[in-house]
Design a protein around this ligand. Sequence first.
Ligand code: CP
Ligand code: NVA
Length: 304
Amino acid sequence: MPRSFVSFTDLTKEEVLQIIEYGKKLKKDKFLDQSLKGKSIGLIFMKQSTRTRLSFEVGVYQMGGQPIYISASSTQISRGEDIKDTARVMGRYLDGIVIRTFSHKEVEDLANYSGIPVINALTDYQHPCQVLADLMTITEVFGTLENKKIAYVGDGNNMANTLLLAAALMGMDISVATPPNYEPNGKAVLQAVEIAKQTGSKIEITNDPKKAVLEADVLYTDVWVSMGQEGDKDKKKLFEGFTINKDLVLLAKPEAVVMHCLPAHKGEEISEDVFEQYSDVIFNQAENRLHVQKALMSFLFKNQ
Ligand code: CP
Ligand code: NVA
């Protein structure tokens, strides 16, 4: 079975660093890598997207390939066709698949049954491409990932899960602060703790945002209500005190930066002034999606 990128931990630390370095090369020379020439890449989106769709479509084009955007409502999946059958059909036409959907298991099935490499472009459980771009951005800001601490403040969602796994894999420290009952996924926490035993990463899960940001180099947040969770109407009331604002930033290291995967709900998970103060870093994160995903596609799709 070819390699896929379904969970962040499908890559080794060395491969992540190699992909980030190659992403930086591609950032300087956008047509440098033509390894997708003659290849067709399916981009399946069962949820909305601005950045992910654009960065993958543009990326495949720049690498000489054909991106095929497939929206939720336009396929037989939306009429109940089995993901295993869809996978086996797609594997016969395409050279690679990028998928954004709800269920992580669906992406694992697609990778297991299609016979071609699959990239997870966000599930309810993880958003690994975003975190690759985030790590690339951190190396641009600080020159290294070594001895850096991330403080994630907000909902224990797909971003929190992936940042935990990535920090553990890369040997970074991470503290995740959420309101009670909104902690990150237990499976992700256990896996991160297990990996951290090998890499020396320090992991903390807390309900105290002020504690989480102490000694942090990076303050990270994401929306309080993720795609597909809009029904949880009373949730936002429970997040008081979990806004990344000036007071919270002052408790971190003086050189700390604030990051956000976007889209942002200013006034909720982040104050408008803090967002604007760190907008260069935040929009570099968004830009780096393009470069690092091209490096990832080269790594996974080149030999298809
Ligand atoms: N950050 C991110 O994945 O953005 P989109 O939902 O716009 O793709
Ligand atoms: N947690 C958010 C991330 C969006 C990029 C969501 O899943 O909607």
